[in-house]
Design a protein around this ligand. Structure first.
Ligand SMILES: Cc1cc2nc3c(=O)[nH]c(=O)nc-3n(C[C@H](O)[C@H](O)[C@H](O)COP(=O)(O)O)c2cc1C
Length: 180
């Protein structure tokens, strides 16, 4: 059994939901998983974990700055342990090149090259956004590839949960054998 830290940076909650599913899959595989908001870590990857999974969403072309800082400032720990990164964006839904570019930029910025990486589609939560954000997001996605939704009276979730579970199973398989 391995103890795995799954830390996420989220603005509207989608990356947290993905992190929770990853935690569930790791536990089902017999590992111990702590799923934590990066803001609760105080900038430090705590001692006592055998592996680390970090996840961050994209806003305005950039990954969550707290996750960027955590990766950059804990590079030694992340390089010593099995590690994985997942990126959450709308680009992952229809513009793979852009989504991959975000991850390349993240790796350049942090110096961290995780053992495994995944790109997941995020969510368009129009009904949760304020007036200005709703209008801005509609305008942005209307000009983007990927057939993204423009009906602001509803939400759209592009996360492929099977891909999230497959990623987590892959992470789990690379760790010490599960207890059960
Ligand atoms: C204000 C705003 C800006 C965004 N900018 C981008 C962007 O530049 N590129 C992109 O692919 N997705 C962008 N997104 C989509 C988010 O990555 C997506 O909504 C994701 O699900 C957010 O995850 P979170 O809820 O964990 O923060 C943006 C979303 C919002 C609300």
């Amino acid at each position: 059994m391995a103890r795995v830290l799954v830390a996420y940076g989220t603005s509207e909650g989608q990356t947290e939901r993905i992190a929770e599913v990853i935690g569930d899959v790791l536990r089902d595989a017999g590992h111990e998983a702590a799923v934590l908001d990066v803001n609760d870590l105080g900038g430090v990857v705590p001692e006592g974990y055998d592996a680390v999974v970090l996840g961050a969403s994209i806003h305005m072309g950039k990954h969550d700055k707290h996750v960027v800082a955590l990766a950059r400032d804990n590079l030694g720990t992340l390089e010593r342990l099995p590690s994985a990164f997942f990126s959450v964006s709308l680009a992952a839904q229809g513009d793979q090149a852009e989504a991959e570019g975000y991850v390349r930029q993240f790796e350049e910025e942090t110096g961290w090259h995780p053992d495994q990486r995944a790109l997941f589609g995020g969510a368009l939560l129009y009904t949760h956004y304020g007036f200005l954000k709703r209008r801005m997001m509609r305008r942005i996605v209307a000009g983007k590839p990927g057939d993204l939704g423009v009906d602001t009276s509803r939400d759209y979730v592009y996360t492929e949960w099977d891909a999230v579970r497959a990623f987590a199973e892959h992470v789990a398989a690379g760790l010490e054998p599960g207890a059960g």
